[in-house]
Design a binder for this molecule. Structure first.
Ligand SMILES: [Zn+2]
Length: 321
């Protein structure tokens, strides 16, 4: 973390909060108001946030706002613990994701059960997601629309852009005066590697929004780019990872097209995923992410007129046009 610190501007701090073998960074913005970005999983407050505050002579009473970048359990899972440690904290999240933070079973059902005829999570998978999510916890303020500006005092404003790529209500935070951006999980690159050597496949549920999010980060062109799972980046490092993210996305599209071109009959999503996984993506867990992203890519290629859906035994399958 030592060289990463060099890049962080004054007034922005990082809390290193790994969980279950995954890297995770949370950020603290210190204007007149103090704002925490994301709360990690259920155990993150006790393991990382509260000790960090104590070490820096602070308590949860010093935190005024918590902004959640998107509705996934590794970003909102510590909400309840933070809420009980200071009920005055204002919790903020985008209108398209906040219900997932308030109702974790809804989150599980609407996200992980989106393709139940193609991929079905077993009980252990469900338990892990629900456990990491902690208790249901309220969101105080719902962020609406494409762009919102919050003034936190001491010459610091946060511009919140809705990106909606990695989850429907995903946002990124731009702190203009500090030439800094907090990206959440907007830059997916090649997914996130667990210490165990198994990766989480890059997840974007809407390809056009993913392209827009990556271009937005490029356009803002900040000297400091703070990610959740890929460290704190310089402008050059961020541009490199954005390039890699585009490359991964395009190669994945080519693999889908290639698979369907060679297929003798139309294919279901899980058949495409199985083939791609076996050939190119064995390092990734065969779970929700690879199905969701492949589905989003198929939808995108259909809109481009490259793929089509054909009915087969009462189901719609994928085929090349
Ligand atoms: Zn994440």
């Amino acid at each position: 973390m030592s060289e990463q610190k060099i890049c962080l501007p004054e007034g922005i701090e990082v809390i290193d909060a790994p969980f279950g073998g995954f890297p995770l960074l949370l950020y603290l913005l210190r204007g007149k108001k103090t704002v925490l970005v994301d709360t990690g999983v259920y155990s993150t407050p006790e393991e990382h946030i509260l000790p960090w505050l104590e070490k820096h002579g602070m308590t949860p009473d010093d935190i005024n706002q918590i902004i959640i970048t998107h509705g996934h359990h590794d970003h909102f899972g510590g909400n309840f613990k933070m809420y009980t440690s200071n009920p005055e904290i204002e919790f903020m999240a985008h209108e398209m994701d906040y219900e997932w933070m308030e109702d974790h079973q809804k989150h599980f059902n609407e996200m992980y059960l989106s393709y139940t005829d193609q991929w079905y999570p077993d009980d252990a998978y469900e338990k892990a997601v629900i456990d990491f999510s902690g208790h249901d916890s309220p969101i105080t303020t719902v962020i609406k629309g494409k762009e919102t500006v919050i003034d936190i005092g001491n010459g610091m404003t946060i511009t919140i852009y809705h990106t909606g790529a990695h989850s429907p209500g995903e946002i990124l935070l731009y702190i203009k005066e500090k030439d800094c951006i907090i990206t959440g999980d907007c830059i997916q690159v090649r997914g996130t590697m667990n210490e165990s050597g198994i990766g989480t496949f890059p997840l974007f549920v809407n390809v056009e929004h993913y392209i827009d999010a990556l271009n937005k980060i490029k356009e803002l062109n900040c000297t400091c780019v703070c990610t959740a799972h890929t460290g704190i980046l310089t402008r050059e490092e961020a541009n490199e990872l954005i390039k890699e993210s585009f490359a991964f996305m395009l190669t994945h599209q080519e693999h889908i097209i290639d698979t369907l071109k060679k297929a003798e009959k139309p294919m279901a999503l899980h058949e495409i995923v199985k083939e791609l996984h076996g050939k190119y993506y064995q390092v990734y867990e065969m779970a929700y992410q690879i199905h969701a992203t492949t589905h989003a890519q198929c939808q995108y290629l259909k809109a481009k007129g490259i793929l089509k859906r054909v009915p087969h035994n009462g189901k719609l399958l994928w085929s090349i046009k």
